[in-house]
Structure formats: C-alpha cells, structure tokens
Design a protein around this ligand. Structure first.
Ligand code: AMP
Length: 143
C-alpha cells in the first residue's frame, strides 16, 4: 500500500494559507475544520512551511496570548518533510516516527497534491490487516 491509496480514500483537499495569516486565524481554521495542521504556501503555491496545533500551544506558553496577532510565518516549521504518492505507508510511518510529527504534505513535481496524517496511516493499516485476516479465513474455509 502506498500514499496514492490513502489519497484515493480520503481525497486531495489540503487546507492552506499564506505566511502573513495571524496565528488566531490559524487556530480558528484548525478548530473549524477539525484538523491538526495547516500547510503554508507562497504566492506561487509552493509549500514554504507547516504549522500544527503544537506550534500554537508552544508559542502561547512562551509568549502569552498576544502572540495570536503575530503572523504564522514567525512560528511555522520551515524545513517541511514531504512525501510522494509512490511512497509506501511503511516509509511514512518511519519518517513520522523518526521526526516525531503527525502530518506529511504530498508533493508532486513541486505541487501540493494532498496531506497524510498519522490517523490516515493507522486507518489504512487496520484496513490492510482486516483484508489479510479475511483472505486467510477464506483460504482456511475453502481448504
Ligand atoms: P504534529 O505532530 O504534526 O502536530 O507536529 C509537531 C511539530 O512538527 C510541529 O512543530 C510541526 O510544525 C512540525 N511538523 C509537522 N509536520 C511536519 C512535516 N511534514 N515536516 C516538518 N515539520 C513538521
């Protein structure tokens, strides 16, 4: 199973915004859409950062509520680790575990084409295990 299979199930919509968006608006977007991160894109649509709920919590504890007026650019992660549609789910799990993050943008020739979260990966893994168990049961039943 690969990233393309996940995107086929969940779709390709990615919530993005510009680097000058205030942190308060980011918090509202996360809450409204019930998501954990927003991808930050430049004027050309290229990925230039990622911000997750953890970044907001960190900034709030560091600087207090006034930080919510600051542009997201100041606290987003700029070294974004992305993946490709052909990457395997095992590879994604390895990257997410090694870097200790829960989201990966999917990029194709510099263009953002989706986003995979740890929740998507776990769901796909469970579906895979259930399919294997069903195939094994069929095999045993039909001898
Ligand atoms: P998360 O676990 O995804 O909520 O993110 C934890 C931290 O990792 C935050 O500082 C995020 O900005 C950062 N982060 C999340 N996803 C990525 C990614 N794909 N590449 C680089 N940093 C990331």
């Amino acid at each position: 199973m690969n990233v393309a299979a996940i995107l086929k199930l969940k779709g390709r919509e990615v919530f993005t915004t510009a680097p000058d968006t205030p942190l308060l608006d980011i918090a509202r977007l996360l809450s409204e859409h019930r998501i954990g991160c927003i991808v930050i894109v430049g004027p050309d649509g290229k990925v230039i950062g990622i911000v997750s709920e953890r970044d907001i919590v960190r900034e709030l504890s560091r600087a207090g509520a006034s930080v919510l007026k600051e542009p997201v650019e100041a606290c987003m992660t700029k070294a974004v680790v992305s993946c490709r549609e052909s990457d395997t789910i095992d590879r994604l799990m390895g990257e997410m575990t090694a870097h200790r993050f829960r989201h990966m943008p999917v990029v194709d020739r510099g263009r953002l084409v989706g986003l995979v979260s740890i929740g998507d990966v776990v769901r796909m893994r469970i579906a895979e295990a259930e399919m294997e168990a069903a195939a094994m049961r069929d095999y045993i039943a039909t001898g």
